[in-house]
Ligand binder design. Sequence first.
Ligand code: TYD
Length: 399
Amino acid sequence: MYKTHTHCRACDSTDLIPVFDLGLQPLANSFKLISEEQDGYAPLLVLFCQKCTLAQLSVTVRPDLLYSYYRYVTSTSQTMRQHFDWLSALLQSEKGSILEIGSNDGLFLDYLKDIGFRVVGCDPAANLCNIASKRGHICVPAVFNSQSSMKCLEASHGERFDAIAARHVFCHVDDWMDFFRGLGAVSHRETLICIEVPYVADMMDRLEFDSIYHEHTSYLTINAMRVLLNRTPFHLHRVIRSDIHGGSLVILIRHNDSIHPRCSIDIKENITRQQWELFDDQCRAKIQRLRRMVHDLIVEGKTITGYGASAKCTVWCNACKFTQKELKFVTDTTGYKQGRKVPGTDIPIVDEIEFSEERPDFAVMFAWNYQQEIMAKESKFLGNGGKFIVPIGEIWVKG
Ligand code: TYD
């Protein structure tokens, strides 16, 4: 089901030390029907590379188990649409053709097409490629690597792409050198490559341990990216911070022989083993705090549910060992998560109507990355005295 990871993905060092361990955990997006048994538990242990500061999981789960039928669909939330507007505007100057790696259901391809790009998508989830095709996009159903890059080229009739976008996919990739070989094959000298990743410094500052799950095999620093690029024919062109998904980096990369000047990168980062140890202590305390808070409320006779069956929800519920006794259900707008259960638990996932009918006293907001949007949307719940428990940074009670 998984293979053990021994060499740093960025610098190849074997000096990897364990810094954060959640034990055996279910795959965060493996939503089973209520009657089905949960399968597929794997260790969730973060190793830190002392040489280049990259953090990475101790195991890599087989990609076909994670992605061949993927239930994660790009959010159509207001927050995400604003981000797509911003990101497509950033890429617009490149013109011509664009390849999106990890194109999911094709939503971002719509944006890119709308601003005039000829688009091709590439995604390992056949179900999502079908949706993208129905939207009118050419989509290569494959994990992007040096081999499948040839199929991407065929899809563009042999023409190398003027831009390449890879949103929240790079940290899912096991073999980064091969990924860059693939990028080399589909790009020309002036291609702009845009890689968006969750930023480990934000994750650590905000104690977002719930972003750690098997799909995220690496927790990238700018330093590790620079070290990695030194082993390829590419360089860092520009790095921009974004607030999306709890804090992300938008990393722009160009060929070493591009005529575009390099921009200076003024983000100071200082990720150390000591900081990881502090993160470990603080996250353990945070898990205990939520557990205690929920248990105390249950003793007081309050009803509690979860809001948003995100992968983060799976990590939280398993770390806190929540069952249906603590969280009556988790509500989620995604059709095919409904009627299933939070992986590793017996907590059912239900639609929004059930949430408004149940009127719980408290709801733990597991989709905290859409906090503002959810607070605005649930004004009735809040107006009726309902409260959100928001586990971001500290644990906040809002309402
Ligand atoms: P998301 O944070 O996008 O991803 P991840 O799984 O990587 O943590 O997941 C958010 C989930 O929350 C998604 O399943 C949709 C759901 N959701 C709602 O149920 N209601 C909402 O109003 C919003 C914004 C999201």
